[in-house]
Write a protein of this length. Structure first.
Length: 259
């Protein structure tokens, strides 16, 4: 009887912490979805044309300044990418990521801050899935522009592989994260999905199902920025109202040409 009780106790000792860890990671994913939803609904938020061009989105909720070290900070969040060989499909299941840096703390001012990062090209996405990336060194990074469109953005912004935004005390703005590092949180991914999976296997190879905690995040992104067909140059096809008026006016239907 003692052996049976001992075995049962051992199972609880092992299983309960794992369940608690999984719940903790699920909370992180849910919080990321809530942050994305709130930022998308800000009137002067991320320009839609930039979001439509992004290959991946990283959401880091409630990044806080560490008590140890000057300006040191640590945050955890998620990355989701468009699926498909050319990043043109729906948004993927999220992989968990960690943000670490020496200069973020000065910008936080001791307050918890939410960050949203747009990964603008496949090269940036691939580097983030491979290993730890130092922003500004391993991947070109810049503070993202705000507004309805990215019209007037500088060349530095338009050439950046990663654009970053922050929200603190209700204020939303582009913010530079140069010098900070981003890395896949492999241990957290294992806790969330119940087995060892790399970030690439999760977001690019589809080896993980979408957890219930990610439903809001993916719903927001798929609604706000669904898949976009691209041409051979990798540019997104967009059709403005002015373009439609031009074709209606100057390109009549084929039937009218033969009459």
């Amino acid at each position: 009887m003692k052996k049976v009780l001992s075995a049962v106790f051992s199972i609880f000792v092992v299983v309960l912490p794992l369940a608690a860890d999984s719940e903790h990671e699920s909370d992180r994913v849910e919080e990321s979805g809530q942050v994305m939803k709130e930022i998308i609904n800000i009137p002067d938020d991320i320009p839609k044309d930039l979001l439509d061009r992004a290959e991946c989105v990283i959401v880091l909720p409630s990044v806080k300044k560490l008590a140890i070290g000057i300006g040191g900070s640590y945050g955890r969040g998620v990355m989701t990418c468009r699926t498909g060989a050319h990043f043109t499909g729906p948004w993927s299941a999220p992989a968990l990521y960690a943000l670490e840096g020496g200069n973020i703390g000065f910008q936080l001012g001791g307050q918890a801050t939410d960050f949203v990062l747009l990964v603008m090209n496949p090269r940036g996405a691939t580097s983030l899935m491979s290993s730890k990336v130092k922003l500004g060194a391993d991947a070109a990074a810049a503070a993202g522009p705000k507004g309805r469109t990215a019209t007037g953005a500088t060349d530095v912004v338009m050439r950046a592989e990663i654009l970053s935004y922050s929200r603190s005390r209700g204020l939303f703005a582009g913010v530079s994260l140069e010098g900070s590092t981003l890395r896949p949180d492999n241990r957290a991914n294992e806790k969330l999905y119940g087995r060892k999976l790399s970030a690439r296997e999760i977001v690019r190879q589809g080896k993980a199902g979408v957890p219930a905690s990610a439903k809001e995040l993916l719903s927001v992104l798929n609604s706000r920025s669904p898949k976009w067909p691209r041409n051979r140059m990798g540019e997104t096809f967009t059709t403005s109202a002015a373009t439609l008026r031009f074709f209606v006016t100057f390109c009549p239907p084929a039937a009218s040409l033969t009459s």
